[in-house]
Design a binder for this molecule. Structure first.
Ligand code: AMP
Ligand code: GLY
Length: 432
């Protein structure tokens, strides 16, 4: 069958790489794609915000499944328009995509269904927000309500920082995303990402990972889209996974079905594992990036078959996803200046040498300048490897990173540190 994949990041390269391995695939098209995706797909010039053009393309090329990688087209209702014309789509419609598109919407849902999350207040003007601030101890978390590409969250440690954050939100710095704010209690704990595949009714857990959001080693510096990840996240024990399914994912999927807007696609729960148990930080309605890279590296099932079963509402009949017992770890190589002003155009070499180390190098933000590969985004490459343990996957990934020639790039050197420290503590525990 013919498939169209929308997106241009490391997540979509990993999806393209995995889809291309499916015996069900005839032709894979990708838009806008990147030079890595081009190794597996025919790149087409399509703008995902031009819904009519996407629908027309699908008709002309007999596309049977459209896979929507990023959140913006989902929140914008592209899936609705494709479904109206009869295409199978992997990704939710506009209404259930509100789970990511509006933090206030998700907080209300949590309140209504008793889903554990941080205590919160929502305000749509500065005066109301200032009044609400008084109900929260410091540090306090202030978030733009709408989509802000992971940058709309400020953790304020002092009253002055909280005031400055509200000022920034309401002065238009976050565009329409900041028209309302959510003020939240600060949660202490370790973060993890939990994924579930659902067609609106059947729900299948789809792995765990841990991202590294801060730009610098030791989790320092500003937040980014994610500087590296590993999977599985052992901190999400089977007991915690069971609670996340029962206390968060199942009530959420049921609530969407009950309001006549079933959620179909991948639901990504961002968790804080607190002393009181797992709490929901946020939902995303698509795969995480770079979490997708490590999940795809471990997935043994046919991704296309699973996506198709999801899109067609037949997940109950599908074979549940199988993941390798191996761990996978990915290191993001970013362009100097990221996340503020990444330098464009820096030359990249050594990918074949890195892959000879046994890693897979996913392109996240690359372009061709003539026949030279150059940086074309903040996050540029996701260097990904497998191993019998996270430590082994980490060693392989960094051996590959060291073969990459990207003078204007940088990466964190400590991806996986929490898990590796846990492993060492565990070993000490056994020997002592
Ligand atoms: P979000 O965009 O909601 O995922 O938030 C981005 C990051 O801010 C999260 O990955 C957390 O590191 C942090 N964060 C968000 N909400 C909270 C909270 N209530 N308590 C502590 N940290 C938070
Ligand atoms: N890596 C975090 C995200 O995709 O939202």
């Amino acid at each position: 069958m013919n498939v169209l994949l929308l997106g241009s990041g490391g997540r979509e390269h990993a999806l393209a790489w995995k889809l291309a391995q499916s015996p069900l695939l005839t032709r894979l098209f990708a838009a806008p794609g990147n030079p890595g995706i081009a190794e597996h797909a025919e790149i087409v010039a399509l703008d995902a915000s031009d819904h009519r053009a996407v629908v027309d393309f699908c008709r002309r090329h007999s596309i049977e499944l459209v896979v929507i990688g990023p959140e913006a087209p989902l929140v914008d209702g592209l899936a609705d328009n494709l479904r109206t014309m009869g295409a199978a789509v992997f990704g939710p419609n506009r209404a259930p995509a509100q789970l990511e598109g509006s933090k206030g919407y998700t907080k209300e849902l949590c309140a209504r269904y008793g889903i554990p999350t941080a205590r919160y207040a929502r305000a749509s003007d500065r005066l109301a927000a200032e009044a609400a601030l008084g109900d929260f101890p410091l540090p306090v978390v202030i978030k733009a309500d709408g989509l802000a590409a992971g940058k709309g969250v400020i953790i304020a440690a002092t009253p002055e920082e909280a005031q400055a954050a509200l000022g920034e939100m309401f002065d238009g710095s976050f565009g329409s995303a900041g028209a309302a704010v959510v003020i939240e209690e600060f949660l202490e704990g370790e973060e993890a990402s939990f994924f579930a595949l659902t067609d609106g009714e059947t729900i299948l857990p789809f792995g765990t990972a841990q991202d590294h959001k801060r730009v610098g080693d030791g989790d320092t510096g500003p937040n980014t889209g994610g500087m590296g990840a590993y999977s599985p996240a052992s901190i999400v024990t089977p007991e915690i996974a069971g609670r996340v399914m029962a206390e968060m994912v199942e009530p959420t999927v049921r609530a969407q079905a009950e309001r006549g807007a079933p959620f179909s696609g991948i639901l990504y729960a961002g968790l804080m594992l607190t002393a009181e148990g797992p709490k929901l930080i946020e939902y995303n309605v698509r795969f995480g990036d770079p979490e997708c890279e490590v999940l795809m590296m471990r997935l043994e099932s046919d991704l296309l078959a699973l996506m198709l079963a999801t899109a067609r509402g037949r997940l109950a009949e599908a074979e549940p996803p199988r993941f390798s017992d191996d761990a996978a770890l990915t290191v993001v190589m970013a362009a100097r200046g990221y996340p503020v002003t990444p330098e464009k155009g820096g030359a990249i070499g050594g990918i074949a040498e890195a892959e000879a180390e046994g890693a897979k190098v996913f392109h996240a933000g690359t372009a061709l300048s003539g026949d030279r590969l150059v940086a074309n985004g903040g996050r540029v490459l996701a260097v990904t490897a497998r191993g019998a343990s996270v430590a082994e996957a980490r060693d392989r990934a960094y051996a590959a990173v060291d073969r990459i020639d990207f003078p204007t790039g940088f990466c964190r050197r400590d991806i996986g540190w929490r898990e590796i420290a846990r492993g060492k503590a565990g070993q000490r525990g056994v020997s002592s």
